[in-house]
Structure formats: structure tokens, C-alpha cells
Design a protein around this ligand. Structure first.
Ligand code: SF4
Ligand code: ZN
Length: 304
């Protein structure tokens, strides 16, 4: 098949808009949406952090963030990688992240659970009690990234979430009647003291296209999945949305679009909780003791 925009051979067919695209026009298609999102979500001047796990989404997010700020003296991209301590998995992606930052000359900051909390995620896994690894991991990782970003005086943290991730989250919150959580989804428009706002520059690009973009760019990517990943609930939504998309191309975009339509009402109804420093660690928290400190207490108790 030929590209719809030129005479070259197509590398892909975009079902939801019915176009065949060659390598060059496909890459432009991805980059255009990235730029549009960044413009919409606003890019402040100063240091811009990117959460870089080393997976395909975060590699592409870091690459594009770096690319659009390359000739811009008022902005500088820094990558932040969290080492949760997951043997056989994270060590590999950290290596990829490090190599990538070296190659593109991007300042790279690595923060580890072991240094911050005294335990790797593998160690926590043994001591975790009834809570899943992802519960600990999510809370600690969010705190780690925010901490490094704050120390860097970063103005935003760009996350690698793609259209599939975002539409799954919206639908999941909706079905579970977790509207308040939906109101708290990034990108954050209000800056809260101590919390660096997050932006999602890839949120309108489907996962498959990000994978293809990374492949066409020749980026080294790991296909491995975290050994603690429980596909359970999110997996169900992933399968459901995939099926929906297959029968009704464009469904993921519609889910995001509907959310954007009601977003302002939601944020008005559920204004962000006021934050104060945690009494134990000083990190911003809506409670006296932050969630990370509550969780680490559990782990310490179980380790005795
Ligand atoms: Fe952490 Fe769970 Fe993601 Fe693994 S799957 S990196 S444990 S949040
Ligand atoms: Zn705390």
C-alpha cells in the first residue's frame, strides 16, 4: 500500500482515521500530536523533568521532550528514574535508560527505594502483608519522582502515559464510581505547594503507535513485564477497550474527549486537598502522616 500523503510505501494503517502512512509521515503524525498536547497542557520555562522508566513510552516521551527543547535556552530536560529494586527486570530497563540519556546528553537522576526507604521492592514483597506490591510501588515511586523533581526545582514532570493507559484509567474510575480520582488525574492545572504538577504529552497517541515510533527510531526497548504486574483489573479494561476499538475505531479518543468535556466541572466539584508536610518525612501530604510513611511502618513492623 502507498502512503496517503506521498508516493512512498506505507508502514502502517491508522484505522481510526483510515489513512496509510509512510515512515516519514507516520513519524510526523506522532510528533504533531505530541506538540499539540504540550501546547495544550502548557510547558513552563525552566527545568522540565521526565519520568523515565526505560520502557518504550517513557523513552519516547523523553526523546520528544528533549527534541522540542533542544534549541530553547529557557528550558532544560532532566530524566528521573526510580530504581524500585526488582531483580531481573528494573536493572535491565535502568541500563537502557542510562544509555539513552548518555547518547542524548540528558542529565539523568536515579533514586532508589533501598536508599530512600531501607528496602528494595523485592524485600518489601516478602514483608508486604495483604497489600499488593503495586500498592507500595505506586506510592513510593510517586513520592520519589516528586522529591527529585522538587530538588531540581523542576516546573513539571512529564509522564509517559499513552492514549490506551489514559482511556483505561478514565473508564475504570467511571465504572468504579471513583469520580474524585478522575478529578485528580494529570495534567494538573493548579499548582499545589510541594507537588510538582504532572503533564501527559503522549496521552492522545495510542500505545501501538508509540511502539512503532520507537521501533522506527531504532530505540533499544525492553519487552519485559514487571514480575509483580497483576493484569487483573486494568487488564480487563485493556481487553474491553481493545475490543471496543476494534468494532468502533476511535473509541479511545472518544473516551478521552468526553473526559476533557467534563474535566473542568469535575475539578471544580473536587478541588485538590490542601497539603501539609508529613510529620515524619516532610513530604507533602493530605494527612498528618503521608501514605509512604504509613506503608513503610507496616513493612518495618513485619520485618521484626
Ligand atoms: Fe511497580 Fe506494580 Fe508497576 Fe511493577 S507493575 S513497576 S510493582 S507498579
Ligand atoms: Zn511521610
Amino acid at each position: 500500500m502507498k502512503c496517503n500523503k506521498c508516493d512512498r510505501e506505507a508502514v502502517t494503517f491508522i484505522r481510526y482515521n483510515g489513512t496509510y502512512l509512510c515512515k516519514q509521515h507516520f513519524m510526523e503524525f506522532v510528533e504533531k500530536r505530541f506538540k499539540r498536547e504540550v501546547r495544550k497542557q502548557r510547558l513552563p520555562h525552566g527545568i522540565l523533568a521526565v519520568a523515565l522508566s526505560g520502557g518504550k513510552d517513557s523513552i519516547v516521551a523523553t526523546y520528544l521532550m528533549n527534541r522540542i527543547t533542544e534549541k530553547d535556552d529557557s528550558r532544560e530536560v532532566h530524566a528521573i528514574t526510580v530504581d524500585e529494586g526488582i531483580k531481573g527486570y528494573r536493572d535491565k530497563t535502568i541500563k537502557i535508560a542510562r544509555k539513552f540519556c548518555d547518547e542524548y546528553d540528558i542529565p539523568h537522576h536515579i533514586i532508589s527505594f533501598k536508599d530512600e526507604y531501607g528496602f528494595t521492592l523485592d524485600e518489601m514483597s516478602v514483608l508486604r502483608g495483604e497489600l499488593a506490591e503495586c500498592t507500595y510501588c505506586g506510592v513510593f515511586r510517586r513520592q520519589c519522582i516528586n522529591k527529585v523533581a522538587k530538588n531540581l526545582n523542576a516546573k513539571v514532570i512529564a509522564m509517559g502515559h499513552n492514549l490506551d493507559d489514559v482511556s483505561q484509567t478514565i473508564l475504570m474510575n467511571f465504572v468504579r464510581s471513583d469520580v474524585e480520582r478522575m478529578a485528580r488525574m494529570a495534567p494538573h492545572k493548579k499548582v499545589q505547594k510541594g507537588l510538582i504538577p504532572r503533564i501527559l504529552p503522549l496521552r492522545s497517541i495510542p500505545e501501538k503507535e508509540i511502539t512503532l515510533y520507537a521501533y522506527l527510531k531504532g530505540f533499544e526497548i525492553s519487552e519485559d513485564e514487571c514480575p509483580y504486574a497483576v493484569r487483573a483489573l486494568r487488564g480487563e479494561y485493556r481487553d474491553f477497550i481493545m475490543k471496543l476499538e476494534e468494532r468502533h475505531p476511535g473509541s479511545r479518543h472518544s473516551i478521552l474527549k468526553s473526559f476533557l468535556e467534563i474535566e473542568d466541572c469535575l475539578r471544580e466539584k473536587y478541588p485538590p486537598a490542601s497539603l501539609k508536610p508529613c510529620k515524619l518525612c516532610g513530604q507533602p501530604s493530605s494527612e498528618e502522616i503521608c501514605m509512604a510513611c504509613q506503608l513503610i511502618k507496616k513493612i518495618r513492623e513485619n520485618s521484626h
